[in-house]
Design a protein around this ligand. Structure first.
Ligand SMILES: [Zn+2]
Length: 254
């Protein structure tokens, strides 16, 4: 079930049986010469929607929230098209999304993330939300979870097998393959020089551009294919269904 394609009475009815919602979250940022700017929000969205389809075929509704498609990407601002929220803005927005959903009764909120640069800020947002209750001594009804799609069960093992050399950290062939599988009309063919991009630390935008001139870090994006993307999506979907089921069953001690 997709929240944005539901009516409010349908959401009210859903909440009778389930209080879990999955939020795909990512970033709109450069992904080298072959990767789409939306790669980091598309990957979790593609996986979440495919999982939702399978769940609904089995009559077990999985609620997918609208995709949170702008993240913390200050280091990518040296490349055209990147849109970034600074950490403080991002935290405030995450808190408001969570509290809006909690207001209606969702109490298990699962963020399926597609951008490594979001992790620290999402975790800090969770602490900020929990702190509201910790300082007042009120019972917090919420369980919040962050999962990167590449950390879903089986996915890292598969990606290591598919791309033993040239996977890298940014504009990776695995994430680009996922988007190519979902949007075959968007496949790009580019001669990458060097084939495997340099690696190094991530600081500010100008430093990033100097260290990683075409935007990639350690990756050979040209290894991405539609077929490999389909394989990665299938593994991720199974992993997500299992992980969300386990999360939904978790209860706080009384
Ligand atoms: Zn990415």
């Amino acid at each position: 079930m997709r929240l944005a394609y539901s009516t409010w009475p349908e959401i009210t009815a859903f909440l009778v049986d389930s209080k879990t919602v999955v939020i795909p979250i990512g970033s709109n940022e450069q992904h080298g010469p072959m990767g789409l700017l939306g790669t980091d929000w598309m990957c979790p969205e593609i996986i979440a929607l495919a999982a939702e389809k399978i769940a609904s075929e089995k009559n077990t509704a999985l609620m997918i929230a609208p995709t949170f498609n702008i993240g913390m990407a200050q280091h990518h601002l040296g490349f055209a098209g990147t849109i970034s929220l600074r950490p403080s803005t991002f935290m405030a927005a995450i808190e408001d999304w969570v509290l809006s959903l909690a207001r209606h009764g969702f109490d298990h909120i699962y963020f399926l993330n597609g951008h490594g640069g979001n992790v620290a800020t999402i975790e800090a947002s969770f602490s900020q939300i929990y702190a509201r209750y910790s300082y007042t001594g009120e019972t917090c009804p919420l369980m919040l979870k962050l999962k990167n799609w590449w950390d879903l069960p089986g996915v890292a093992t598969l990606c290591n097998k598919l791309f033993p050399v040239g996977h890298g950290m940014h504009a990776t062939p695995s994430e680009i393959a996922v988007t190519y599988a979902a949007y075959p009309e968007q496949v790009r063919h580019v001669d990458l020089i060097p084939k495997i991009a340099p690696s190094g630390p991530i600081l500010d935008a100008l430093d990033y551009r100097a260290r990683f001139p075409d935007g990639r870090i350690g990756a050979d994006s040209s290894l991405a294919t539609i077929e490999l993307g389909q394989e990665i999506i299938a593994m991720s979907v199974q992993g997500l269904l299992a992980d969300v089921q386990e999360f939904s069953a978790q209860v706080k001690p009384a």
